[in-house]
Design a protein around this ligand. Structure first.
Ligand SMILES: [Ca+2]
Ligand SMILES: [Ca+2]
Ligand SMILES: [Ca+2]
Ligand SMILES: [Ca+2]
Length: 425
């Protein structure tokens, strides 16, 4: 999903709105690799043996574990095949770490394989019985669901130390939430663990949940394959909603814009839901499947919250918390320095005069057009533009008062955009 800022700026300059980045969603159907891009499902590559575990990389490409072959493939954002590795054993779940390496469960070997971003073998770590789903938390710990072992193994990727935690019957997939907790889909329940492995929440589930994802809002969405629906939980485990889907929903992935995709394996469709659960669209596919981070949002918010996946200048976590899409440079909060009325990058006395002109409507020959970022003039950030703002600024510049409120002295987004004024550019 990474969109390089320079490329995007150039694209805008030449009037092209063609996205520089990648898919909104990766998935497979039989032996095809597909992307959903701008609402359409497009075949972009071949997946001999099908696909099971997916993990989007920082560059918007994707790693895919083959379903029927002992293979790991790496595709670029445009679907070009970059790596095709024959592996020692079949792989199941995949997760990308902040350093670009990949962790993969090997159910037949009862271990987790660690692979460098260039495909080099980095060794393996023994886990419990028949490992399936895998996730990486914000502190670089790797979590593995041991499906036959009724346990979860937590691996410290820096020291290699492991901790095995007993959970419910048949844990399959799990996801690391941005708040550092771990959510696990089990055969008959959904469970939330704290980062230390202690139990926070256990919720009975009758629909054999398998796919699980955390939406941008922090809500947890679980795909119930036997009841053909999705259940939504608040971050504290409070059940919020049950939403009907197509037949056999399995893979599920939250997108950066707040929406959620559900792969209805036997229903022949990818369902797309708004953040509030309202159906948005249905994209036809023969046999849509794929489990794991299919959009890159889990990577952006849980693995690399301080990174800037779309290169728009605002970090992933900060951007999501302001309600913008951390995976799209086309959805970005404006960046400004509070007090920099003329937007030239420094705060000086001229800005105090510019602020006075804005406030009192100067018609002097040197006055520019009205500012498109009135929030930058609210130097004391009290949600009111008045004489107190230039007075505050002059006080600061004269060394007699406090500095403008954030963002200052470096540019950034408005930390409280719901209050005060807009900044439109
Ligand atoms: Ca960003
Ligand atoms: Ca963005
Ligand atoms: Ca200035
Ligand atoms: Ca003010």
């Amino acid at each position: 999903m990474k969109r390089h800022r320079a490329l995007l700026s150039l694209g805008l300059l030449i009037g092209s709105m063609t996205a520089v980045g990648a898919a909104d969603l990766w998935y497979c159907s039989n032996t095809d690799l597909l992307q959903v891009d701008q609402g359409a499902g497009i075949v972009v590559g071949a997946l001999p043996g099908g696909g099971v575990g997916f993990a989007v990389a920082a560059d918007g490409g994707v790693w895919v574990a083959s379903r029927d072959e002992a293979r790991l493939r790496r595709f670029a954002a445009d679907g070009a095949l970059l790596l095709d590795l024959v592996t020692l054993a079949p792989l199941q779940g995949l997760a990308v770490a902040r350093d670009g390496s990949v962790w993969a469960t090997r159910p037949t070997l009862n271990d987790v394989w660690h692979v460098a971003s260039d495909g080099a073998d980095l060794g393996s770590v023994p886990v419990g019985n028949v490992p399936y789903g895998i996730a990486i938390d914000r502190d670089a710990r790797v979590w593995v669901a041991n499906s036959f072992g009724n346990s979860v193994t937590r691996i410290d990727s820096l020291t290699g130390a492991t901790l095995e935690i007993a959970v419910g019957f048949f844990p399959s997939h799990l996801v690391a939430a941005p708040d550092g907790t771990i959510w696990i889909a089990e055969k008959e329940s959904v469970r939330q663990l704290a980062a230390d492995g202690s139990l926070l929440t256990e919720i009975p589930a009758g629909g054999f949940p398998l796919g699980i994802t955390v939406a941008r809002s922090g809500e947890v969405w679980v795909a119930n394959q036997n009841t053909h629906d999705v259940t939504v939980f608040a971050a504290d485990g409070t059940p919020l909603a049950t939403i009907p889907t197509g037949q056999k929903p399995r893979g599920i992935a939250a997108a950066g814009d707040g929406s959620v995709y559900v792969l209805c394996r036997l229903g022949g469709e990818v369902r797309h839901y708004a953040a509030d659960g309202a159906p948005l669209s249905s994209i036809l596919a023969t046999y849509p499947d794929g489990l794991g981070d299919l959009t890159g949002l889990t990577y952006a918010l849980s693995v690399d919250p301080l990174g800037d996946a779309d290169g728009d200048g605002t970090g992933n976590e900060a951007e999501a918390s302001l309600g913008f899409d951390p995976l799209s440079a086309l959805s970005s909060p404006s960046s400004f320095i509070r007090g920099d009325a003329d937007r030239n990058g420094t705060v000086e006395f001229l800005d105090a005069f510019r602020t006075l002109e804005e406030l009192f409507g100067s018609t002097s020959p040197g006055a520019g057009p009205p500012t498109t970022c009135p929030e930058s003039l609210d130097v004391n950030d009290d949600g009111s533009l008045d004489l107190a703002d230039p007075v505050y600024l002059i006080g600061f510049l004269a060394g007699a008062g406090p500095q403008p409120l954030a963002p200052f002295p470096t540019a950034g987004p408005d930390p409280f955009p719901a209050l005060g004024y807009p900044c439109l550019d």
